[in-house]
Design a protein around this ligand. Structure first.
Ligand SMILES: [Zn+2]
Length: 353
């Protein structure tokens, strides 16, 4: 990450509220991120941490099956929320995790929509058969740009910046192989109060990659991968591949959906690998196209794709929950993994995870 003087707009200061570091306003940041022309990213369309909490509390008041839990606090003292639907502890349980990286927020927007969706008749009966845990913004400090380093070279505008790292500049998704006492606050909350506490069968870790990933010459809407460390139990890995198949079938059948295989490493500091090994949870990494903010312009996706990317998250969560509830995940065909092309990047972007 680059270190420069913190630069945020007046509206950004207001959005950050009492958490805002006092900083000089040195004017608008950049000319707006335009990897493909004349659109700019307005982070003001995204939930703030505060508006997300309000949203969750509103849903909690409306939905009898929903229970909100605070699993810990961020470095800056924000409560980290988890939405819980546990009708029967004996049911299979899936955890959806978003925004380990604070600059990857559309998956969170999708997760929030999905929580609302769970309170409607459309999902009637499903929650009797599956337990659902949703952590919709693990890295709330990064999401709010409330960090102890400068974001003035980040490209989005509209009130705040969002960054990958936690407030102290740590990448939460490189903490997962540590003793919990040595983890940063956000990872520790996840491990001690969720992963070690609940009997979780499946997890989807939702991220966003850059905008330039493609297969067969076409930009992908996202990419997926199961745990690839050699230490993962083969049964856990096979269940991960099944979860991936459910997601692939649901997304790829949509007109806007095109998924590639993510080129990910074997390190167990990464959640996809470490959590599968340590807890026997079948994990799936889902990388959606385009980040909400970044200092590399080409990573940031403009406004026009927001709708389908949010929908992609909703479809992913919905399909997973239904397939676990009706048991169809057990028999889904996983052979697509053998032919799914690894994505490549048109302009040599780094991967996200
Ligand atoms: Zn990420």
């Amino acid at each position: 990450m680059k270190k420069k003087i913190l630069s945020i707009s007046l509206s950004g200061m207001m959005a950050l509220g009492t958490f805002a570091a006092v900083a000089p306003n040195v004017g608008a940041v950049g000319e707006g991120p335009n990897y493909n022309g004349n659109e700019s990213v307005r982070t003001s369309i995204l939930h703030t941490y505060e508006s997300m909490v309000d949203y969750l509390k509103t849903q909690d008041a409306k939905q009898q099956a929903l229970e909100l839990e605070v699993i810990g606090q961020t470095v800056k003292g924000r409560d980290i929320y988890m939405a819980k639907y546990i009708s029967n502890p004996e049911n299979p349980t899936i955890l959806f995790l978003t925004q380990q990286h604070g600059n990857e927020q559309l998956a969170t927007e999708g997760a929030l929509e999905f929580i609302k969706h769970l309170g409607t008749n459309k999902t009637k009966g499903v929650l009797d058969k599956v337990n659902v845990l949703v952590i919709p913004m693990l890295n709330a400090d990064g999401a709010m740009g409330d960090v102890n380093f400068s974001l003035d070279d980040y490209h989005a505008d509209g009130g705040r910046h969002l960054t990958r790292y936690n407030a102290d500049g740590f990448d939460i998704n490189r903490e997962h192989d540590k003793d919990t006492k040595d983890m940063v606050a956000e990872a520790r909350a996840l491990h001690e109060n969720v992963l070690a506490k609940y009997d979780i069968d499946y997890m989807i870790d939702l991220h966003h990659q850059g905008t330039q990933s493609e297969i067969n010459g076409e930009y992908v809407s996202g990419s997926i991968l199961y745990p690839t460390t050699p230490n993962v139990d083969p049964e856990v890995q096979e269940k991960s591949k099944k979860l991936g198949a459910v997601v692939y079938n649901a997304v790829d059948s949509k007109g806007w959906g095109l998924l590639g295989k993510y080129r990910g490493g074997t390190g167990e500091n990464i959640g996809r690998n470490g959590i599968a090994v340590e807890y026997g949870i079948s994990t799936l990494l889902f990388e959606m196209r385009g980040m909400s903010d970044h200092f590399y312009e080409s990573y940031v996706l403009g406004q026009k794709s927001n709708g389908y990317l949010i929908k992609q998250s909703v479809v992913t969560l919905d399909a997973s929950v239904r397939a676990i509830a009706d048991g169809s995940i057990e028999t889904v065909d996983t052979s697509f993994w053998e032919t799914l092309p690894f994505q490549t990047t048109r302009t040599g972007e780094e991967e996200d995870e």
